[in-house]
Design a protein around this ligand. Structure first.
Ligand code: ZN
Ligand code: ZN
Ligand code: ZN
Ligand code: ZN
Length: 210
């Protein structure tokens, strides 16, 4: 789909732009007419664009043809060639901003080194990071940028949660204390009953007299 033209530090020559996506060429290929496109863009154009004449086998396109979107000359997928090495060499030296600039990366690298930079970039949005203001909460960087985080609000809601837990523990404590008291009554009753039984067993005579 090409590299977003807005990510380039300097004006890019027209010859390095794709006529389909209007961005800077990515994996450039050209047809016999000499026009250059991103591989993905021209493949999609030949397989499903307005002039496409695809032949499919199951879900796979085995043969795709159409016309060049620039000069309308007929164009077959199998005629596409990878762009010339000197062309690609100039393209790979264009300066581009990092994929993660919206997450804070200020690096400007060449197209040729972009992939390597992104792999080791410190602003990867999927990375887990600590709150930058020092409250020690952990975030996936993407969420931190999307929803700015306020340590004080965060701590307040944590305190509220703790208070709720403490309240619940107090309720639990009160109900277990009640249970203990009830058990104590039962034990006292049982003890009274036992001593009464003992008394009867030890004094069978007095029973018969009564
Ligand atoms: Zn393109
Ligand atoms: Zn052409
Ligand atoms: Zn970066
Ligand atoms: Zn914080």
């Amino acid at each position: 789909m090409g590299l977003d033209i807005n990510r380039f530090a300097e004006e890019v020559d027209e010859e390095f732009k794709c006529a389909i996506c209007l961005n800077v060429l990515e994996n450039p290929v050209n047809g016999p007419c000499g026009h250059v496109f991103c591989r993905q863009c021209i493949m999609t154009w030949l397989e499903s664009g307005p002039t496409a004449r695809p032949i499919r086998s199951g879900s796979r396109t085995v043969y795709a043809s159409g016309t060049c979107p620039v000069d309308r000359k007929s164009l077959y997928r199998d005629e596409l060639l990878e762009a010339a090495i000197p062309f690609k060499a100039i393209l790979s030296k264009l300066k581009i901003k990092c994929d993660f600039q919206e997450f804070g990366c200020k690096n400007v690298v060449t197209v040729g080194t972009l992939k390597d930079h992104v792999k080791t970039c410190n602003f990867n949005p999927e990375e887990v990071v600590e709150c930058p203001h020092g409250c020690a909460k952990l975030f996936v960087r993407r969420n931190l940028v999307k929803r700015p985080h306020n340590c004080i609000r965060e701590l307040q809601s944590m305190i509220k949660l703790q208070e709720k837990i403490v309240d619940q523990l107090e309720v639990d404590k009160a109900s277990s204390e009640k249970m203990v008291r009830n058990l104590q009554y039962v034990i006292i009753l049982l003890m009274l009953l036992m001593s009464y039984l003992c008394y009867i067993l030890m004094n069978p005579v007095s029973m018969s007299v009564v």
